[in-house]
Design a protein around this ligand. Structure first.
Ligand code: NAG
Ligand code: NAG
Ligand code: NAG
Ligand code: NAG
Ligand code: NAG
Ligand code: NAG
Length: 415
């Protein structure tokens, strides 16, 4: 059993050979014909191994987006930021290009599209129990937010990039001088995130933190949610899988791990998360609360909404016929946890990557404890058995009384 586990661990570490990760950020302002200026940034994270490359393009243009391309080593990803910033869709299409085209093995994108604030009058933390009129809603389109110059808030040397909205525009949402941020960090090798819920990572993964920090709400029973879209670059069947974990060693009290897969079989793009979020930026067990995801929705009627995005910039006008887009909401909180107004802070993490999402495996320490616990009695039984056996074999044989009785003569003994 232990040898199998060790063998698997070696195999897994071979499969996820380390990558060399580099990050670059560009920011530009473009003057339109009507004299208005549009500014925007994008970050490119490249994770290279001998056999393949993972490219992440992160931008808030259109919507906060993480575009992931899994390619052969010879691929070159170029972004024409000036064209990407253009409001002219003809100019925008093809502003993100991967060459040569044959080097592209898989692409998909993760988009954060809406920030939703609702009055949870039932304190059930279940958004699906309200319709448009049964409670009060504030629904914000994330493409309307003003996002900061990524160079000013990111740490490219640590392969950490940040999309941050903290508008000074006179909008209620910013009344407390709060921020909404999405932080993404790529890794060059395997391990576990330092902070709760200690999600596992490897060189095929980037982890994100979504932070809602003092955004204003007028709702006394406020709860927040985000709408997320996953667009796979193929005619794939997406699904959300939930796995129950036997052990909550890394995230106390959390026995679930969820994977939203862009393909139903084989290697796939994925969004992985544990259904836990925190009511404080400094995470601790006592600040943890639950969260919920909802059914996947197809995006057929939202075509127009995506023309301003990186998805359009890469796949072009016909994107809807060559990709599969699905959306889901993620709502934060658990009934009786005090809701958003308790701290006015929420933070949630997840991973995006390509391949097979990490499985919550039992750690080496737990394995040692289990094998020690199971092993000591087994060792005692085995050695005990051997000891008894040896003792029996070396002990003087009993006199063969049967023989004595059968013929009446004592057999001649060596002793
Ligand atoms: C843009 O600015 C230039 C120079 O300031 C001016 O001549 C032109 O009329 C402006 N165009 C529009 C559409 O406002
Ligand atoms: C958009 O850009 C294309 C190509 O540069 C140009 O032909 C077209 O006139 C532009 N459309 C608008 C509405 O400006
Ligand atoms: C939100 O719900 C609370 C509790 O039911 C209610 O008192 C409050 O008026 C609601 N707020 C809005 C804006 O509807
Ligand atoms: C974005 O931030 C970087 C780093 O602070 C700065 O060098 C650059 O000029 C900024 N770009 C714009 C267009 O403001
Ligand atoms: C927000 O910032 C402005 C300008 O710095 C300040 O005047 C105001 O008091 C701040 N509001 C809050 C709620 O902290
Ligand atoms: C998410 O919730 C909002 C508010 O109820 C709704 O308008 C939107 O359609 C939902 N999105 C998905 C993908 O279910």
């Amino acid at each position: 059993m232990k040898t199998i586990v060790i063998f698997l661990l070696v195999l897994v570490s071979l499969c996820f050979a380390d990558r060399k990760v580099t990050t670059s950020i560009e920011h530009e302002c473009r003057k339109e014909e009507d004299n208005s200026t549009v500014c925007g940034s994008y970050a490119k994270i490249t994770a290279v191994s001998d056999t393949d490359v993972l490219h992440y393009i992160v931008t808030a243009l259109g919507f906060p987006t993480v575009f992931v391309a899994y390619t052969k080593p010879d691929a070159i990803v170029s972004v024409d930021l000036s064209r990407l910033l253009s409001q002219n869709v003809t100019e925008k299409a093809g502003s993100v290009v991967i060459k040569p085209a044959e080097s592209v093995l898989y692409t998909y994108s993760l988009l954060f599209t809406k920030l939703i604030d609702y009055n949870d009058t039932k304190d059930s933390a279940d958004m699906s129990s309200y319709d448009a009129t049964s409670t009060a809603w504030n629904i914000y389109d994330l493409s309307d937010f003003t996002w900061n110059n990524m160079s000013n808030v990111s740490d490219p040397t640590g392969n950490m990039v940040v999309l941050q909205a903290s508008s000074n525009e006179p909008s209620d949402l910013w009344e407390y001088n709060g921020t909404l941020s999405i932080k993404l960090k790529a890794f060059s090798s395997s391990g576990r995130e330092d902070q709760l819920p200690h999600l596992e990572y490897n060189a095929n993964i980037a982890q994100f933190d979504l932070n809602i920090d003092h955004l204003y709400t007028n709702l006394s029973m406020s709860r927040f949610a985000v709408e997320v879209i996953l667009i796979s670059g193929g005619q794939d069947t997406q699904k959300i899988d939930g796995t129950r974990s036997i052990d909550d060693e890394y995230a106390p009290g959390v026995f679930f791990i969820n994977n939203w897969l862009t393909k139903s079989e084989g290697d796939s793009g994925f969004l992985q998360w544990k259904p836990v979020c925190y009511q404080s930026l400094s995470r601790s067990r006592s600040k943890a609360t639950g969260m919920k995801h909802y059914h996947l929705q197809s995006l057929t009627e939202m075509d127009d909404m995506l023309t301003n995005t990186l998805v359009y910039a890469y796949y072009g006008k016909g994107w809807a016929s060559i990709t599969t887009a699905q959306a889901s909401n993620f709502s934060f909180g658990l009934g009786q946890d005090g809701g958003y107004n308790k701290t006015q802070v929420l933070t949630w993490s997840g991973s995006v990557g390509y391949g097979v999402p990490p499985q919550d495996s039992v750690s080496t320490i737990v394995l040692i404890i289990i094998s020690a616990g199971l092993g000591i009695p087994v060792v005692i039984i085995i050695f005990g058995g051997i000891f008894v056996c040896i003792k029996k074999r070396t002990a003087k044989p009993d006199k063969p009384l049967l023989n004595v009785q059968s013929n009446g003569y004592q057999p001649i003994s060596d002793h």
